[in-house]
Design a protein around this ligand. Structure first.
Ligand SMILES: Cc1cc2nc3c(=O)[nH]c(=O)nc-3n(C[C@H](O)[C@H](O)[C@H](O)COP(=O)(O)OP(=O)(O)OC[C@H]3O[C@@H](n4cnc5c(N)ncnc54)[C@H](O)[C@@H]3O)c2cc1C
Length: 503
């Protein structure tokens, strides 16, 4: 029987979910508060510069391949994916920059030249990370954890003691048991920031992240990351998904223990058989539902960690910036303090580790000829409220930090376009909890079985999708999240990627 499915929010999780239900024969409507689909994975054009507004790393290519193959599309072909070489460059305060190529032999030599024995240590670390990643894909990512027998498989039980160690040790301690040099430790620990977590508290299980950049490689879709969103929408439109932009949902309605639809801010009521919220989970639970039907009320969130917020700078720069590659990481010497400031003390660090993307290194279309397109991400604590003046003072400070790091003293004067997006913008544009950029962080107590599930405990037809629920943060994870919510609704308990026959 054809059901009417309403999805609140058109982020990657919502878009991916819509396509699955519509393909299975349901009538799907997406209600998105903003005037653009994609959510945090947005796109903006300013003075001839085209910016991906959030994500810029295309990792876990197999997850994308699998999702689009459900619609008989080759994502590699559709997005004209290219593998970046070098993968990224790392700048240090008191050490020469190092380049990670994505070629195992070369990267191993780079590590070895920093510390005798570190080349082999990197090989072992990445090999172990890849084993965990393959097991995770098979047993822990594509699962709603609703079939305990799945966890009793021989392959998992035989790994029991090893898993226990990886779950109870921090990634920092694990990395330190492989390499002693601080620069090398920083390279292996930084991916935790992509999960909104600190390497001093995230479990060593996430060493699997290093298998992604060192083994699988870093990719770039020919027309930028937003082309993933465009492709999802193209699939949806061809199937008949209906998109409603500028449609702010103000509540989820319910009747007799069932979610019965939504109300928009202008008072319009729309009925549905199933409601799936892609809006941040904290917002969905505490703002869209009345208290009587909240499974995760305010008290639940007091015990949770919201991850990091960020200051984002979109810069158009005159002339070349030859020191920068496509992806660049800048690490401060005061590594542990930088994380402590952001995660524990919740203060804005004096000097911060930065991520800088220069997509014009790969894609000439993103900047006018003779200019560079530069995106800067400064991790900030969540809950920081900054006035417009404070935000631009901070922006100027971090631009100065970047100028010094890449030896371009006139950088500030060469900026012809500047747009800033800060913690308050995350809150107002996306209804992000405490202005979080990435969502609920990946501490052990907020990962896997312990991550907030994708189903309401109070309303029968209410489900959740996106980075705040299982399996977690990131574009590929949100595609998996879409498959998981589909499986949940269709009562498919088997773990592993969705099969075409299930649609
Ligand atoms: C700066 C930054 C850099 C990142 N870098 C990477 C990266 O390099 N690689 C990677 O894989 N991931 C990266 N990520 C993470 C990735 O972008 C996110 O995990 C993912 O985009 C989240 O998608 P989502 O579907 O969960 O939600 P969102 O993208 O947040 O979408 C939710 C949607 O719901 C809408 N909404 C909210 N409230 C309402 C309402 N009341 N009514 C209607 N609509 C509503 C919002 O407007 C939004 O469009 C990055 C994120 C950020 C912010």
């Amino acid at each position: 029987m054809k059901r009417k499915v309403i999805i609140i929010g058109g982020g990657i999780g919502g878009l991916a979910t819509a396509n699955l239900f519509q393909k299975a024969g349901d009538e799907v409507h997406i209600y998105e508060k903003n005037d653009q689909l994609g959510g945090r994975a947005g796109w903006k054009v300013i003075n001839g510069f085209s910016f991906d507004t959030g994500p810029s790393w295309y990792l876990m290519p197999g997850v994308f391949e699998h999702y689009f193959d459900l619609f008989n599309l080759s994502v590699t072909k559709e997005l004209a994916l290219q593998k970046l070489s070098p993968a990224y460059k790392v700048f240090f305060e008191s050490h020469n920059p190092l380049v990670i190529t994505g070629d195992p032999g070369t990267d191993s030599q780079t590590f070895e030249s920093e510390e005798p024995g570190a080349g082999k240590a990197l090989d072992r670390y990445v090999k172990e990370g890849n084993e965990i990643y393959q097991l995770a894909l098979k047993h822990f990512l594509y699962t709603n954890f609703d079939n305990p027998r799945d966890l009793l498989k021989k392959e998992i039980i035989s790994q029991g003691p090893r898993f226990l160690k990886l779950l109870t040790t921090s990634i920092h301690s694990r990395v330190a048991s492989f390499v002693g040099s601080r620069t090398l430790q920083q390279i292996l620990e930084y991916p935790m920031v992509f999960l909104g977590s600190s390497p001093f508290s995230a479990p060593a299980m996430y060493s699997l992240m290093s298998a992604l950049d060192f083994k699988e490689g870093v990719f770039y879709p020919k027309n930028g990351i937003y082309s993933i969103i465009t492709l999802l929408e193209k699939v949806g439109r061809s199937l008949g998904v209906q998109y409603h932009l500028n449609s702010d949902v103000s509540s989820i309605t319910h009747l007799n223990g069932n979610a019965s639809g939504i109300t928009l801010s202008d008072g319009t009521r729309i009925d549905a058989d199933i409601v799936i919220s892609n809006a941040d989970l904290h917002f969905t639970e505490t703002q869209l539902l009345d208290e009587s039907v909240q499974s995760y009320p305010a008290a639940y969130w007091q015990k949770k960690e919201s991850g990091i917020s960020a200051l984002l700078l979109y810069l158009g720069v005159k002339g070349d910036l030859p020191q920068l590659q496509h992806h660049n990481l800048f690490f401060v010497d005061d590594w542990e303090k930088n994380f402590e400031d952001i995660y524990d003390k919740k203060t804005i660090p004096a000097s911060a580790s930065l991520y800088v993307c220069k997509p014009s290194a790969t894609d000439p279309k993103v900047a006018p000829k003779g200019y560079e397109n530069v995106f800067v991400l400064v991790p900030l604590p969540t809950g920081a409220t900054l006035s417009a003046d404070e935000t631009s003072t901070l922006a100027a400070k971090f631009i100065q930090q970047l100028a010094i790091s890449i030896d371009q003293p006139d950088l500030h004067d060469r900026i012809v376009t500047q747009d800033i997006f800060g913690p308050d913008d995350f809150e107002s544009r996306f209804n992000a909890w405490e202005g979080t950029a990435l969502g609920v962080s990946h501490l052990l107590k907020q990962s896997a079985f312990w991550r907030t599930p994708n189903k309401s405990k109070k309303l029968r037809n209410l489900y959740y999708v996106g980075g705040n629920t299982v399996p977690g943060v990131g574009l590929p994870m949100c595609l998996i999240s879409a498959e998981l919510v589909y499986k949940r609704v269709m009562n498919i308990k088997r773990s592993g990627p969705l099969e075409k026959s299930a649609l």
